[in-house]
Design a protein around this ligand. Structure first.
Ligand SMILES: Nc1ncnc2c1ncn2[C@@H]1O[C@H](COP(=O)(O)OP(=O)(O)O)[C@@H](O)[C@H]1O
Ligand SMILES: [Mg+2]
Length: 250
């Protein structure tokens, strides 16, 4: 296993919103997380990446095991260097160009030399159809282009795992398609990822495993075929029914 968490709990202002999550991700796994708004999906990803502090739980990452509330800063940093996060709203540096958004972390975070970092950034931008936009600022790019820059930035240091938090939910349908195609390509290449998404057809196509979350707990977990075609829990079935009716309405 690359990543394993057990009994992960998290809260905001004393109100617990993750009530003991267990999750295991092997190298090359694509795990989709689905569930209604407010069920704790974002908090789960943010906690896994130490953007929020958990209240309890154990984490194993790349063979090392930690009590998550007792981790040394150096251990957290070591894990964060091997993970990346793609946000719903891109979270690009608005005062940096597309190229600089990618090179910044490589140069200051990883100590890569500037020429190598620029070369890596250019390659990734070209791969994602953004050649010619190297010097554009986020404000000059469409949402889909910004998200592709954000994915390039996440990929640039070759992380072991990328956490995607609803990467297309801020995008129009045609821009959504481009971003989903990129995720599918990365999955085929063996990138390990956890993707929170409401795009059911995409989740079904890409995910080896699907988790359905509700109210801070994993209600059901299984293969895409199990969850989408034969959900065992009535709550999973109800959620899928409502969401697919919404998506069919488009
Ligand atoms: N920064 C925050 N401060 C306080 N409560 C929060 C914060 N972020 C999320 N919550 C609450 O935690 C719960 C889980 O939220 P979240 O993880 O964002 O769910 P999801 O991503 O599934 O919509 C919700 O009840 C939400 O209102
Ligand atoms: Mg969320």
């Amino acid at each position: 296993m690359l990543l394993e968490v057990t009994a992960l709990r998290a809260s905001y202002d004393g109100r617990e919103v993750l009530h003991g999550i267990d999750l295991a991700v092997d190298r090359g796994d694509v795990v989709a997380v689905i569930g209604p708004s407010g069920s704790g999906k974002t908090t789960l990803l943010r906690t896994l990446n130490f953007l929020e502090r958990a209240d309890a739980g154990r984490m194993r990452f790349a063979g090392r095991e930690f009590e998550i509330t007792h981790m040394k800063r150096a251990d957290i940093l070591a894990i964060r260097r091997r993970t990346a996060f793609v946000f719903q709203n891109y979270n690009l540096f608005l005062n940096k160009t597309a190229l600089e958004n990618i090179t910044e972390g490589l140069v200051t975070g990883r100590g890569m030399d500037k020429t190598a970092a620029c070369e890596r950034a250019r390659q990734l931008l070209a791969r994602f159809g953004l050649s010619g936009h190297e010097n554009a600022y986020p404000g000059e790019l469409s949402g889909g282009q910004q998200q592709r820059v954000a994915i390039a930035r996440a990929l640039a240091p070759s992380p072991d795992i990328i956490y995607f938090d609803e990467p297309t939910s801020a995008l129009d349908p045609e821009l959504t398609r481009d971003v989903l195609e990129i995720l599918c390509a990365l999955a085929r290449e063996g990138l390990t990822m956890i993707v929170v998404t409401h795009e059911l057809a995409f989740a079904r196509g890409i995910a080896g495993r699907v988790l359905f979350m509700e109210q801070g707990a994993v209600v059901e977990e299984g293969s895409a075929a199990e969850i989408f075609s034969h959900p065992r829990q009535p709550r999973t079935a109800q959620f899928l029914k409502t969401l697919s009716a919404d998506q069919a309405a488009f």
